[in-house]
Design a binder for this molecule. Structure first.
Ligand SMILES: Cc1cc2nc3c(=O)[nH]c(=O)nc-3n(C[C@H](O)[C@H](O)[C@H](O)COP(=O)(O)OP(=O)(O)OC[C@H]3O[C@@H](n4cnc5c(N)ncnc54)[C@H](O)[C@@H]3O)c2cc1C
Length: 416
């Protein structure tokens, strides 16, 4: 079924009783050309581009839970391409370009909203760093604007500009950044991949990776063995556990990241705003809730919930930036498992096991990367060579010293 204004009207007149499921609940087949482990945004996007761009139709996405239950449905929905390093900018800009055409491409309203992303700075040194970042972006053809305090006052007059400790000195704005409805991305890619013949197998946990003579043969699952010519891992926070099934030890730690949503307010926050003197960022959803978050909890965990010290830390950041938030009631919070890499950048590469490929290390920035990650992972799986915008994301870069350390934090995953 193709979604359009006419189909919406037609179904409304028929009492909305004839809608069909957006994708089939497929049973696993004995063998596929490619099996993707993990039905998050990256796994589903990979399957879609494998079928659409490379014509690989015998593809299965194997998901241990339900579509949208992982980080793709738990994130704070921010997209942007305001990166600094040459290994990152082309990749994230390609992702933003794919976001810009995504809804037409997959015929699904993902609520892509380019409302802008504003990073505030609070000191001269920070301004210099932001100027450098903005210049790097512009050299790569990416939009970036440095705003002075007067311009930010016009945009967001409710901020605490004269905070005694963290006065706002200006900000770097990327107008093409913004937000996208996170679970619509999962549902939209799932539906689009299904229409191209991809099997989406839910409630099917991968429990082992079978190899014959050093080459991958398929995956053991709770619903039986599934043979595969190639296997792609896109398991986000569970990457280390699944890769260990093939004897691999990844340069990744798993950490919890929390998100928060307030009661609905009238429109007040015009764009995504990040605090530069602590870890706090906020946007406002179309339903009116303030969506915000901050740092990871800081200890290794596979739990999808966090602890109170981080709640306090995030709220302190919010109060320092926009004191009115202290009168807003919090509706809910939750956590997701982050696949934190040692340099804060992702991995899209082959593994030492022939036929086994890895997509991981997204830290807390993988939602914005979903389209490009799927595009580049599909390219790698189909052609066995890295896509030109993802050549920096090699698995062996940690041994070879070619780190992509965007934040300059060194080999400390908890600080990225
Ligand atoms: C609170 C929070 C806020 C965030 N905010 C942002 C943001 O604003 N912007 C941004 O760019 N990024 C953000 N992120 C990060 C982003 O959500 C992730 O990097 C990204 O979603 C990870 O890729 P994914 O969608 O494929 O992951 P997931 O949706 O987690 O998909 C991985 C899937 O693998 C499945 N799986 C695991 N093990 C197995 C197994 N053995 N067998 C079968 N399936 C398995 C899991 O069930 C899961 O569904 C945030 C994350 C969180 C938690």
């Amino acid at each position: 079924m193709r979604y359009s204004i006419l189909s919406v009207l037609g179904h409304a007149l028929a009492g909305n009783r004839r809608w069909t499921p957006a994708w089939r609940d497929a049973a696993p087949q004995p063998h596929y050309d490619v099996v993707i482990v993990g039905g998050g945004g990256h796994g589903l996007a990979t399957a879609y581009y494998l079928a659409k761009v490379h014509g690989v139709r015998r593809v299965a996405v194997v998901e241990k839970g339900y579509i949208g239950g992982g980080n793709v449905g738990r994130n704070t929905t921010i997209i942007r391409s305001n990166y600094l390093l040459p290994g990152n900018i082309p990749f994230y800009e390609w992702s933003l370009k794919l976001w810009e055409g995504l809804e037409q491409d997959i015929n699904y309203n993902a609520m892509v909203s380019q409302r802008g992303v504003l990073n505030l700075y609070h000191s001269d040194a920070q301004r210099d760093a932001f100027v450098r970042r903005g210049n790097a972006m512009r050299l790569h053809g990416v939009d970036a604007e440095l705003l002075d305090v007067a311009a930010i006052r016009r945009l967001a007059p409710f901020l605490d500009f004269d905070n005694a400790r963290f006065p706002i000195r200006g900000g770097l704005l990327q107008r093409r950044g913004g937000t996208v409805r996170h679970d619509a991305v999962a549902w939209g890619y799932a539906r689009a991949a299904d229409r191209l013949g991809v099997d989406i197998v839910q409630n099917c946990e991968v429990t082992g990776i079978r190899c014959d003579h050093g080459r991958v043969a398929g995956v053991e699952t709770t619903r039986g063995f599934i043979g595969a010519g190639r296997v792609g891992l896109a398991c986000a926070g569970n990457s280390s556990r699944v890769a260990a099934m093939a004897g691999l030890r990844l340069p990744i730690e798993s950490h919890v990241l929390q998100a928060f949503v307030s009661e609905a307010l009238k429109p007040v926050i015009p764009c995504v705003i990040t605090f530069g003197a602590g870890h706090f960022y906020v946007s406002q959803s179309d339903k009116g809730g303030l969506v915000f978050g901050g740092d990871i909890d800081g200890y290794n965990s596979y739990a999808q919930r966090g602890n109170l010290p981080t709640v306090e830390d995030v709220c302190e950041g919010g109060m320092a930036l926009m004191p009115f938030i202290g009168r807003v009631r919090l509706l809910r919070s939750w956590g997701g498992i982050m696949d934190m890499s040692m340099d804060g950048s992702p991995i899209i590469d082959r593994t030492p096991v022939d036929g086994l490929y890895l997509n991981a290390g997204w830290c807390y920035g993988g939602f914005k990367a979903t389209p490009a990650s799927g595009w580049c992972f599909a390219h790698l799986l189909a052609r066995d060579e890295p896509h030109p915008v993802a050549t920096a994301y090699r698995l062996d870069r940690f041994a070879a010293g070619r780190l992509v350390d965007e934040k300059g934090q060194g080999p400390h995953p908890n600080r990225h």
